[in-house]
Write a protein of this length. Structure first.
Length: 152
């Protein structure tokens, strides 16, 4: 079930454990989009992502979970092939995103966590929210998913 909210995904609502999920690229770059909001709140997600990017486990379809508070974990999901540019308008990889969401689902169910996210993959990923929403609905079953649209 997806619940849409106006707000900041780095300040997830509700009680209990929470996972904030977002999409990262497979090149080790961190510095545009939602990651800026994460980095302004916590340093660990970027530090761990950059360490991870130097390992053989760092590839499309993989997820890194980083605890930032006792009840909040960040899920760095590698679902973007390269960077958004004029020659790469849709770097999102839906197959990798589906795999990442599957890993996220298992982790959320095991930890009894709700999942919180911006509209992943639609900004610098260049993705189509209709496709991404369907992947979320099909994969994160029996999990409360909160999608935040930033208040302007």
């Amino acid at each position: 079930m997806i619940i849409y909210l106006k707000g900041d995904a780095t300040k997830p609502i509700g009680d209990g454990p929470k996972i904030i999920a977002h999409i990262c690229n497979n090149k080790g770059g961190w510095g545009r989009g939602f990651v800026l909001a994460l980095s302004s709140r916590w340093k660990e997600p970027e530090l761990e992502y950059r360490k991870w990017s130097k390992t053989s486990d760092f590839k499309l379809g993989e997820v890194q979970f980083v605890r930032v508070e006792p009840m909040i974990v960040i899920a760095n999901m590698i679902s973007q092939n390269g960077y958004f540019s004029s020659s790469n308008l849709t770097p999102i990889c839906y197959k990798s995103l589906k795999r990442c969401l599957g890993i996220l689902s298992v982790n959320a169910k095991y930890s009894k966590s709700s999942v919180h996210m911006p509209r992943i993959g639609t900004g610098l990923g260049g993705g189509d929210w209709v496709i991404i929403e369907k992947l979320i609905q099909d994969t994160l079953t029996d999990i409360n998913v909160f999608v935040y649209d930033l208040k302007k």
